[in-house]
Design a protein around this ligand. Sequence first.
Ligand SMILES: C[S@@+](CC[C@H](N)C(=O)[O-])C[C@H]1O[C@@H](n2cnc3c(N)ncnc32)[C@H](O)[C@@H]1O
Length: 249
Amino acid sequence: MNARSVNNYESYAEFYDSWQDSWPESVMTPCVNMLADIAAGRPTLELAVGTGRIALPLSQRGIEVSGVDLSEAMLARLRRKPGADKLSIKLGNMADVPFEGPFGLIYCVASFEYLVTQDDQLRFFANVEKRLATGGSIVIQTIIPNEAIFSNDFRLNRMSDLPSGEDEMASVMLMGVKGDPVAQILDQRIMVLGEKPQVFRHKIRFVWPNELDLLARSAGLSLHARWSNWQRESFGSTSRLVISEYRRA
Ligand SMILES: C[S@@+](CC[C@H](N)C(=O)[O-])C[C@H]1O[C@@H](n2cnc3c(N)ncnc32)[C@H](O)[C@@H]1O
C-alpha cells in the first residue's frame, strides 16, 4: 500500500487551511522563530510542506526555503498564496528527499508519521543525512499518542466545531481512531458533518522518541536537543508533543 492510497490529502486539502491549520499566533510565531534560528540564514527544506503554513512565513524572514509534498491539491493551495513564487516546490515522497541540497536545516512538522512503514522511516533519515550541510540539523515534530492505540474498534478521539460558512450552517469535525499497538498504526477516520458530509482516512505509524532516536542513529545522526513545544519547554514523561533536533554524530 503506498502513502498516497492511505491518506486523503487530495480531498482533505479543501479543509486544511480553514481548521487543521489553526495554530494560534502563540504557536506559529515560536515555531517560525525556532526554525529561523536553527536555519541561521542557510538554505532550508520542509519535508511535507503542505499548504505552506510554516514555509511561507519562514521564507518571509529572508530564508531560501524548498519543499516537497505528496499531494497535488495541497501544493496547488500553496502555489496560490502570496510569496509562494519565492519557494522551490516539488511533488514527491518525502522519504526520497528529492532535492540535492545541501541544506543547513531540514524540518518535518506533523507529517513524519505518514510514512507508515519502518523501512520508509529509515529511508527518510538515510536520505536526509545525505542532504544535510556540514553542521546542519533535521528538526522533526511528532506526537506521543494517547490510549487510542489500544482500541480495536473506532473510538471518538476528537471533536471540534469548524468555522461556519456564509450560510451560517455550522459544521462539526469528528475524528474516530482505531489503533494497532503492535504495528504502531493509528487508523483515523475524519468525518466532517455539515451541509456536505465527508469522510477522510488518514493512517499513521507513530514512533516513541527512543525509536525516533534509533532511526536517526542508523543514519549517523544523533539527538542534539528535544523540546515539548515550540516555546522550547523541556521534554518529559507528560509531554504529548515531541520536537527533536538531530545533527551528524
Ligand atoms: C498535517 S499536513 C502538514 C503540512 C505542513 N507540514 C504543516 O505543518 O502545515 C501533512 C502533509 O503531509 C503530506 N504527506 C503525507 N505523506 C507524505 C509523503 N510520503 N511525502 C510527502 N508528503 C506527504 C500530506 O500531503 C500533507 O500535506
